[in-house]
Every structure is written in C-alpha cells, then in structure tokens.
Design a protein around this ligand. Structure first.
Ligand code: GLN
Length: 202
C-alpha cells in the first residue's frame, strides 16, 4: 500500500484522509519536511489558499514541496489545493505563493459572489461508472491551460451553471492532478482511487 500524505496545516484534512484509506492507501498527515520526505504522494486539501500559502512558508514547507513536486511526486489538489498548484492565480492576494506544479492559470472564487457554492454531475475523463457528483465551494476554475495539461472535466451545461457552464474544473499534468471541486465530501471515492493509482504507477 502506498503511503500518501495529506498536507495538514489547514482545511478538510480528515475527509481526504478517510477517502484515501477507503481507496486503499496508508495516510500520513504532513506538517514538516521530514514527513514530506516519507510520503509517496501528497494531497493538498481545500481551505483557503492564501492562508495555506502563508502557513507553508512559516512551516518551511514551501521550498521542499516545490522541490518534490518538481521531482515528480504525485500530487492532488482540491479547490484551494488546485489554486496553490497553479503557476498563476487571478484574483489572489499579492502575497499568495504558487507551487508551480501545473501550467494553468486559475481564477479564485470564480463562481461569483452570489453563488458561493454550486453542485452538478459531471463527466470525468478516466473515471468509469457514470457521472460524478461535484460540490463547488467558493471554487476556482481554470481559465487557461498550457501544452501538456489534460482537461479531465468541465462544469456541466445545466440550469444554474450560468457563466460557469463548460469551464474547466479538473486537470492533470503528468503526476499532478487537481479538481476545483471537493471529491472528499461526497462519499464517492473514485477520484481518490484515480490518485492512488497514479501514486502506484509513479
Ligand atoms: N476560495 C478559497 C481560496 O481561494 C478556496 C475554497 C475552497 O477550498 N473550498 O483559497
């Protein structure tokens, strides 16, 4: 069984840990660089990306994490985690730091001020068994993808999606996976299974 870390500075750490265990991994909460060096892969949970980037700096994890991602450690970010992984975040605070693991530009809180959260069923490339229920909470979307970034899912074009319809909300670039939504809170572990497979294959 692979050992997968969950960055445990802030955010919905326990939910990710539970889903990873259901998907067949061992889990280690990661708060220091010694823990980071033990894991075969890492999940960056949802939460608040500016706060998380500050905490990464004060826990002296930012550089070690950049380094491991650069070396190809499988990494999965949901929501705030996706924002951190992007090379650029629009509507971010000036002191927000990026991990630069994904050649994408994301927009923070993109779903709009009135619609803080949004739910829908979407097709997810590489995941079988029918549409995936996706919950978006003050979520980003991906505005721009570089070469080598695979688009795995878009917002379904259903009532309520508004301007968000067809926006990119899941991507993969080599060993880095990111979703704008929160697969850890729906009880459906298919995205985590996909990530555990990526870790096994790495
Ligand atoms: N809006 C948050 C941010 O910008 C992300 C929200 C989430 O992770 N649910 O960091």
């Amino acid at each position: 069984q692979p050992l997968i870390g969950v960055l445990a500075l802030q955010g919905d750490v326990r939910e990710h840990a539970a889903m990873l265990e259901q998907a067949g991994a061992r889990v280690l909460p990661v708060r220091r660089s010694t823990e980071l060096s033990e894991v075969d892969g890492l999940v960056l949970p949802g939460g608040e990306s500016t706060t998380m980037s500050r905490l990464l700096e004060s826990f002296e994890l930012l550089e070690p994490l950049r380094e491991r991602i650069g070396q190809g450690m499988p990494t999965f970010g949901s929501c705030a985690g996706m924002i951190l992984l992007a090379k650029q975040a629009l509507d971010g605070r000036p002191d927000q730091r990026q991990l630069d693991g994904l050649d994408v530009v994301v927009r923070r809180n993109a779903f709009g001020r009135q619609v803080d959260s949004f739910e829908g069923d979407l097709e997810f490339d590489g995941i079988d068994g029918g549409p995936l229920h996706a919950v978006f909470i003050r979520a980003p979307w991906v505005e721009k993808t570089g070469d080598g970034v695979e688009v795995l899912a878009r917002v379904p074009d259903t009532a309520g999606a508004g301007d968000a319809a067809a926006r990119i909300v899941a991507v993969r670039q080599e060993a880095v996976l990111a979703t704008a939504f929160h697969p850890e809170i729906t009880g459906d572990e298919r995205v985590h299974r996909l990530f555990v497979r990526m870790v096994r294959d790495a």
